[in-house]
Design a protein around this ligand. Structure first.
Ligand SMILES: NC(=O)c1ccc[n+]([C@@H]2O[C@H](COP(=O)([O-])OP(=O)(O)OC[C@H]3O[C@@H](n4cnc5c(N)ncnc54)[C@H](O)[C@@H]3O)[C@@H](O)[C@H]2O)c1
Length: 434
């Protein structure tokens, strides 16, 4: 199959590389010339484990190319994916669909033979029908179908998620489109991956409902964690105790500083706005949005309280700034709220992150950067763990203690064993463990 992928970001690049690995001929298109130039040189512009090797393999096999030229990239394509960004629109929280519609209109101009236009971007209910309407308006004679195919991959485990998804969701309305999708995903169909075939609206809704549910689960355990601290319970035990109930499940029950990332914050907001527009409120999700924002702000207060009420003049070493480990993505990361608040409270900040420095330098303002956790700990009064990279999980606490001036560790991910940290001479504060 000849596939064009419009938008070569975290989702488009991973999807394009994996489709080429399935044996398809793929052109990844982006309007960002610098990104395409780097990809052409075999460089991956994002950090995603395993991506570079798989990309190079498929470039070498002649199945994967890159282009800024949509017309040339779409030539002879049988399927074109829209995987451009859908950020929250400034001011009102609705998904900004301008990139999606711009891509749809650019596609319309290139339709030659029968074409399947597949939306992989996360888009609110009704968008795929509007994509079809716009293409039809631009090219009344064009032969095409529109398919909704939301993506569920997680950054940091994106290739594994794409190659072995829990399910594939496709919203479509024609047998011809179904046949093309079956060909596009043939290796996964052969592996008996569950396929959820629905109409356009249900496919769009599944993606938002899934993300809102996961965000709710995280927010739920975060609030339970706060209550645990007050009543003398341990949220780790509580999470395990409820997670083993198969009706609940153990995933997404890790208490922490609040969710961030490129998806949950904007998708929960967009769902709330869709619900408002249809006069059918999703009160739980509205509360989750509010609670999560408040939580990120509260984390700085927690650190300040642990320091005895003030961090003015204190040197704080921050381990981890990306929104989660194994990515360089900083979008909506809790660190973007916590670090400025600590600085405003008078602290001097030293940051450390295995992949977040490039993005973080622009976003986190005045701070120095250390090459590793021990360097960051040098002369620090307080050590704060925000993102649980593996590098930070097994620290030599003796070495950290010797490097630090102070003795306070604030662990916002509950990765350390309280007894072990305290035995090394630290005062230790974590989440939901009194
Ligand atoms: N990042 C994730 O983990 C994830 C997971 C599932 C779904 N999604 C969804 O996938 C979509 C893409 O997300 P992302 O994180 O890959 O975004 P991204 O910002 O990393 O990439 C989007 C890319 O699209 C390009 N682009 C925008 N308009 C274009 C146009 N008209 N022509 C060509 N290129 C264009 C941009 O230059 C950019 O490179 C979003 O809707 C997101 O919600 C993301």
């Amino acid at each position: 199959m000849r596939i064009a992928m419009i938008g070569t970001g975290y989702v488009g690049l991973v999807s394009g590389v994996c489709f080429s690995d399935f044996g398809h001929q793929v052109v990844c298109i982006d309007r960002d010339g610098e990104k395409i130039a780097r990809l052409d040189r075999g460089e991956v512009p994002i950090y995603e484990p395993g991506l570079e090797a798989l990309m190079r393999k498929n470039i070498a096999a002649g199945r994967l190319t890159f282009s800024t030229d949509l017309a040339a990239g779409m030539k002879d394509a049988e399927a074109v994916f829209i995987s451009v960004g859908t950020p929250a629109r400034r001011g009102d929280g609705h998904a900004d669909l301008s990139y999606v519609y711009a891509a749809a209109e650019a596609i319309a101009a290139q339709i030659d033979d029968y074409l399947v236009v597949i939306t992989k971007s996360t888009v609110p209910v009704g968008t795929n029908r509007e994509v079809a309407r716009r293409i039809r308006a631009a090219r009344p004679e064009a032969d095409f179908d529109v398919v909704s195919n939301p993506e569920f991959l997680r950054e940091g485990a994106a290739i594994e998620d794409f190659m072995r998804p829990d399910r594939i969701v496709v919203g479509l309305e024609s047998d011809r489109a179904r046949a093309v999708i079956a060909e596009v995903y043939r290796p996964l169909f052969l592996r008996e991956t569950p396929i959820i075939q629905t109409g356009l609206e249900s496919a769009e809704m599944i993606k938002y409902a899934a993300n809102a549910f996961l965000a709710t689960k995280i927010t739920f355990i975060n609030e339970i964690a706060d209550l645990c601290e007050k009543v003398g319970a341990d949220v780790q035990s509580v999470a395990r105790g409820i997670g083993l109930d198969r009706r609940i499940g153990p995933k997404f029950l890790h208490a922490g500083p609040g969710y961030g990332g490129s998806c949950f914050p904007k998708d929960t907001l967009a769902l709330v706005e869709t619900a408002r527009a249809h006069d059918s409120p999703v009160r739980i999700v509205s509360t989750v949005v509010e609670a999560n924002e408040a939580r990120k702000r509260a984390m700085a207060g927690k650190i300040i309280a642990a320091a005895g009420g003030s961090v003015a003049g204190k040197r704080i070493a921050v381990l981890g700034v990306t929104f989660k480990p194994n990515t360089d993505d900083m979008r909506e990361a809790p660190s973007l709220v916590i670090v400025p608040a600590l600085r405003e409270a008078g602290a001097e900040i030293v940051l450390c992150d295995p992949q977040g420095r490039k993005e973080g330098e622009a976003l986190l303002g005045e701070a120095s950067w250390a090459g590793g956790p021990y360097e960051a700990a040098e002369s620090a009064d307080i050590l704060v763990l925000i993102t649980e990279w593996n590098e930070f999980r097994a620290l030599d606490f003796g070495r950290i203690r010797a490097a630090m001036k102070g003795d306070l560790i604030v662990d916002l991910r509950n990765v350390y064993l309280p007894a072990e940290v305290r035995a090394a001479g630290f005062s230790y504060v974590s989440i939901g463990r009194s």
